[in-house]
Design a protein around this ligand. Structure first.
Ligand code: CA2
Length: 145
């Protein structure tokens, strides 16, 4: 049976491919959605791929995921380093979660070294660019089989 993944992208990730390619790569969020959806289909997984610049909207999506999704993949963008609310929502729904970052947050500024999301995630994939989203599909497949 096909299992479903909710993929959540946080603030400014809609700008991917338009600015700062040296940090975040040349692919757009649409490109990442397409390659991730293709790979997931090969593994009998479906993907609902979303982006929001609003913390509250992300919290609501996570709350609503209970009963509808088997796993969450989240790149919370800058909310990674600030949002107790997103962490609390993930802990509350108790859906296996993979945290993804395009850049290696530990090679960057000190304020990016701490993630609230990690406290609610099975693990983190950081620094592999857009390929990290594909690695997350493999991680989900292994987690929920
Ligand atoms: O490396 C990542 O994936 C981040 O989650 C990206 C966030 C950053 O705040 C985190 O520390 C690490 C920023 C996303 C902003 O994306 C942009 C893309 C293109 C142009 C400008 C911003």
């Amino acid at each position: 049976m096909t299992k479903s993944i909710l993929v959540i992208n946080g603030p400014n990730l809609n700008l991917l491919g338009t600015r700062e390619p040296e940090i975040y790569g040349a692919e757009t969020l649409g490109d990442i959605k397409d390659t991730m959806t293709e790979k997931a289909a090969l593994l009998e997984l479906s993907v609902d791929f979303r982006q929001s610049n609003m913390e509250g909207e992300i919290v609501t999506w996570i709350q609503e995921a209970r009963g509808s999704f088997d796993a969450i993949v989240i790149n919370a963008g800058a909310f990674t380093h600030t949002s107790v609310a997103i962490m609390d929502a993930l802990l509350a729904v108790d859906i296996p979660t993979v945290e993804v970052h395009l850049s290696n947050i530990f090679k960057r500024e000190e304020f990016r070294h701490h993630s609230y999301i990690s406290a609610a995630a099975v693990g983190m994939i950081t620094g592999f660019g857009a390929n990290g989203y594909l690695m997350a599909v493999d991680a989900v497949k292994n987690m929920i089989k």
